[in-house]
Design a protein around this ligand. Structure first.
Ligand code: HEC
Length: 156
């Protein structure tokens, strides 16, 4: 009797484990099926894509603000390196040269508002698919911290 109970328990936890970890393809199907349609090439019109979130389109000043870079590098090292590496793709993409493929506002919105971005923005949605459904974490940064990281990204 005790053994039977035990095996039922093992069986039950196994099926819970199976359903909770059954990410992979079904997770990707779910992303693909959600609210917005992904255009054929979501990256194509990146220059006019400012993302979804608190930051509206803006232009970076011509010169790099070194003090802001130092602040940004500190925040990045503390809150982002668990998933991002400068020199290669890790859990998330490398941020190197990001401003040659994303606008400043898009980049800040991705940092500040990733949950909504992967729902509503075609590029973010595609990145989530490319990352096999593993999401970018919202690190609850202030807008000032996100702006500082953006300045740091300019130097990579
Ligand atoms: C838990 C892991 C994780 C953490 C922590 C994390 N990210 Fe991400 N990030 C990702 C993943 C995964 C993606 C790819 C998109 C997706 O799957 O949503 C991503 C995407 C991005 C992108 C878009 C990259 C591109 O090529 O367009 C930026 C910018 C970014 N992250 C910045 C940051 C910053 C800045 C921090 C720290 C404040 C951070 N991330 C923390 C996992 C993470």
């Amino acid at each position: 009797m005790k053994n039977l109970l035990l095996s039922l328990l093992v069986l039950a936890s196994f099926s819970i484990w199976m359903t909770s970890c059954g990410g992979g393809q079904s997770k990707i199907d779910e992303i693909k099926a959600n609210s917005i349609k992904t255009p054929a090439d979501p990256m194509a019109d990146w220059q006019s894509n400012h993302g979804v979130g608190p930051i509206k389109a803006f232009e970076l000043p011509e010169s790099v603000d070194q003090a802001l870079v130092t602040t940004g590098q500190g925040v990045y090292n503390a809150k982002c390196t668990a998933c991002h590496k400068i020199d290669k793709k890790f859990i998330g993409p490398s941020p190197k040269g990001i401003l040659s493929r994303r606008t400043p506002a898009w980049t800040m919105n991705m940092i500040l508002n990733p949950e909504e971005m992967v729902q509503k923005d075609p590029i973010a949605k595609q990145l989530l698919i490319d990352a096999n459904g593993s999401p970018m974490a919202n690190q609850s940064l202030t807008q000032e911290e996100a702006r500082a990281i953006l300045e740091y990204f300019r130097t990579l």
